[in-house]
Design a protein around this ligand. Structure first.
Ligand SMILES: Nc1ncnc2c1ncn2[C@@H]1O[C@H](COP(=O)(O)OP(=O)(O)OP(=O)(O)O)[C@@H](O)[C@H]1O
Length: 267
């Protein structure tokens, strides 16, 4: 571990986490003995081949599933406690917005459900819409805006209660390359501005390198931690980041890990 990282507070810790599903009368081990920490304000990507258990791992962290063995702690508590205190937000591949509510009303929904007073949260929501670049779309309905804008709405909604942690499951995979690049850049800026810890699932190497502080490379079935890579691109990401020597260097190293992780004999 580099010394800068060792000084940061551990926010999420996974210790020997395994997940076994029963499928057609058979037990299938999807994740095996997963151990790593996520530090406060870190951007971590879970990267691995299709079907290696990335989404399952994210769902375990978000208390949507319980591990078959091992332990997950967030701020030293069970994910359930943290979920009940609404200390994390979740963004999935498809934004699942309410079609009959405007962009602003979709973003406000979690605050409304909690019974908060609209006059008190309005200025906070306005600020959030500004941060994620949605101010000019706030009175539109989801069907009137593009897929990229819809996903921004889902991100803003996940941030509406100002949780310190964001779990994101392939949120940009359904978008075209141009929109994807734009949203990756914007997400990096949002993370910096709002000081969030982000755990992001992807099978896109370039996306993982562009966004992350560290990348956890998982092996093919069962998913295990093959290697953990410090990306080392610093605090600024620009249109030229992908052209840098460091970007190519780290991408090549991760590509090798992914390749090795496909074949368990090589791990
Ligand atoms: N509730 C469940 N019951 C049984 N099997 C499941 C369940 N959830 C996931 N699986 C299985 O776990 C395996 C891993 O799925 P998961 O979605 O976590 O992989 P992934 O790496 O995110 O895949 P992809 O990149 O293709 O989205 C799959 O074979 C899937 O069928």
């Amino acid at each position: 571990m580099n010394s800068e990282l060792s000084q940061q507070k551990v926010e999420i810790s996974l210790n020997g986490v395994s997940m076994v599903f029963g499928k057609k009368g058979k037990q299938v081990t999807v994740l095996q003995d997963i151990t790593f920490d996520v530090h406060r304000n870190e951007f971590i990507c879970l990267l691995g081949p299709a079907d290696c258990g990335k989404s399952t791992l994210l769902r375990l962290m978000a208390d949507m599933l319980q591990p078959s063995s091992g332990q997950i702690l967030i701020e030293k508590e069970h994910p359930r406690e943290v979920r009940l205190r609404r200390k994390f937000g979740i963004v999935l591949q498809h934004p699942t917005l309410f079609e009959w509510r405007t962009v602003q009303e979709n973003v406000e929904l979690p605050l409304e459900v909690l019974g908060q007073n609209r006059s008190e949260y309005r200025s906070k929501v306005d600020q959030l819409l500004e941060t994620v670049g949605l101010t000019k779309f706030k009175d539109y309905y989801p069907w009137q805006v593009s897929g990229g804008i819809q996903q921004r709405v889902a991100i803003a909604r996940a941030l509406s209660l100002d949780p310190p942690i964001l779990f994101m499951d392939e949120p940009f995979s359904a978008l075209d390359d141009f929109t994807k690049d734009k949203l990756q850049f914007e997400l990096f800026e949002i993370k910096k501005k709002m000081n969030k810890t982000i755990v992001f699932v992807t099978d896109n190497l370039s996306e993982a390198v562009f966004l992350s502080d560290r990348i956890i490379v998982l092996t093919a079935k069962p998913g295990r931690v093959h290697s953990i890579h410090h990306v080392g691109l610093g605090e600024e990401r620009t249109l030229h980041t992908r052209e840098s020597d460091q970007f190519h260097l780290i991408s090549t190293a991760i590509q090798t890990s992914l390749f090795q992780g496909q074949s368990h004999k090589d791990v």
